[in-house]
Design a protein. Sequence first.
Length: 133
Amino acid sequence: TLFISHALQFLDEDIQKLTTKIQELNPQVIILILNRNDDFMGELIAWTEEQFEYSNPEVIIDGFPFDYQLIKEVSFQSLLACPDYKVLAEQISYLMLIKLKNSGKDETLQHFLKTKLIAPEFTINQTIKIYSK
């Protein structure tokens, strides 16, 4: 069994290399835990892609994992709640893999969050996908 939980954004630079490694490991089952990137998360991804030269959020790769069949899918939600918008902006910089420090965009991101959210928190829709050969 291969378990990938919120890590595709760190592995998706070279899909062919990722696919080759999975073929070498030859797991019978692959379990993915992914953000669905809908609702506010989708809006946030679009905003960071506009505002930052480089961002690398976790995105679903069409057809991945290749040569496997989806056998079960479970949706769930998690709440990302922070004590203030500055901390939330720092958490988002990790989620989107953006360089917030020294970018001059910390205040811009905080302003965006304050205009969109009533508190420094939001729900992230997620899914667990189980695939089999």
